[in-house]
Design a protein around this ligand. Structure first.
Ligand code: FAD
Length: 258
């Protein structure tokens, strides 16, 4: 029933349309399920928006919308906020300036071969890899900042609750060991591969986008090596270089932007 036009895209690139669509979906759809936000959820929201305001490598108008919401949120000193007030700040910015987060979703690199596949969860991963790489590019002072923001956002708000439980147990196990911006980039990469490994062959997998240990040898030949035993090994230095290039702000494609 949801036949829609296929948007041709380059599988080796990141699309701004996916990143902006992830923002729209998280801030206008996922969050709107919470009429009021307080306690740990409010802390999580503040951290998430703050990280987006600092590191989202977007168009000036989108960055300025995020900064407006961030400064409003930092001023909220009460124990709770109403989602409707948050939403007014997010949407009303359009009247006072050119600050605006486009409405609606337009998946490009995160398109699925059918409507139930990919889309938002794909774009959440893409967003967070991009943010860890951006924090590295900008030499952020706190190596865990982006990961902890992602962790608490997922725990408080991510609609897929089994995903949130799985992610939290990985975070509890080893996120505290991250001490550099580079190891934050690699931590998220290796946990994402664990998730890929767990989900490979499941019904939730889009047959046109099989879950692999990423990046493939085609995408990054030098990332792959062999141990003396013949077992596969990752060349982490090359993986880091690859990720910093793949998710770099300079390479994000702006095709299909609204
Ligand atoms: P995705 O896994 O969403 O990846 C998106 C894109 O990222 C890929 O197309 C590729 O370009 C790139 N990529 C792939 N692997 C890596 C990597 N290792 N490092 C960097 N980039 C990479 N679904 C479940 O069914 N159960 C779960 O427990 C679950 N947990 C999740 C936890 C989180 C935090 C998130 C964000 C999602 C989770 N999901 C889970 C959803 C699932 O991981 C996929 O997002 C979804 O199945 C769509 O898959 P996809 O093919 O679009 O690729």
């Amino acid at each position: 029933s949801t036949l829609q036009e296929w948007r041709p895209f380059n599988k080796t690139r990141v699309y701004m349309s996916d990143l902006e669509s992830a923002l729209h979906y998280s801030l206008r759809v996922e969050l709107s399920g919470h009429i009021s936000i307080s306690g740990d959820d409010l802390i999580a929201l503040k951290k998430y928006i703050n990280v987006l305001a600092k590191y989202f490598p977007g168009r000036p108008s989108v960055k300025s919308a995020l900064k407006t919401v961030d400064s409003w949120l930092q001023q909220q000193k009460g124990v709770e906020i109403k989602y409707s007030d948050f939403r007014d700040v997010l949407d009303n910015t359009v009247q006072t300036s050119d600050a605006v987060l486009p409405e609606g979703v337009q998946w490009v690199g995160c398109q699925g071969s059918q409507a139930q596949f990919r889309g938002y969860p794909c774009a959440v991963w893409t967003l967070f890899h991009t943010l860890t790489v951006q924090a590295k590019e900008m030499s952020s002072p706190d190596p865990q900042e982006v990961l902890q923001a992602m962790r608490s956002y997922v725990s408080s708000f991510f609609g897929c609750r089994p995903c949130a439980t799985h992610f939290e147990s990985m975070a509890q196990e080893s996120m505290d060991h991250v001490t550099t911006l580079s190891s934050a980039v690699l931590w998220l990469w290796s946990r994402h591969n664990r998730v890929n490994n767990r989900l490979a062959g499941e019904l939730s997998e889009d047959p046109h986008f099989p879950k692999i240990q990423w990046p493939s040898p085609e995408l990054c030949p030098s990332c792959h090596g062999l141990k003396k035993t013949g077992e596969h090994s990752w060349n982490q230095e090359d993986v880091l270089t690859f990720l910093r290039n793949y998710y770099s702000s300079a390479r994000i494609l702006t095709d299909y932007l609204q």
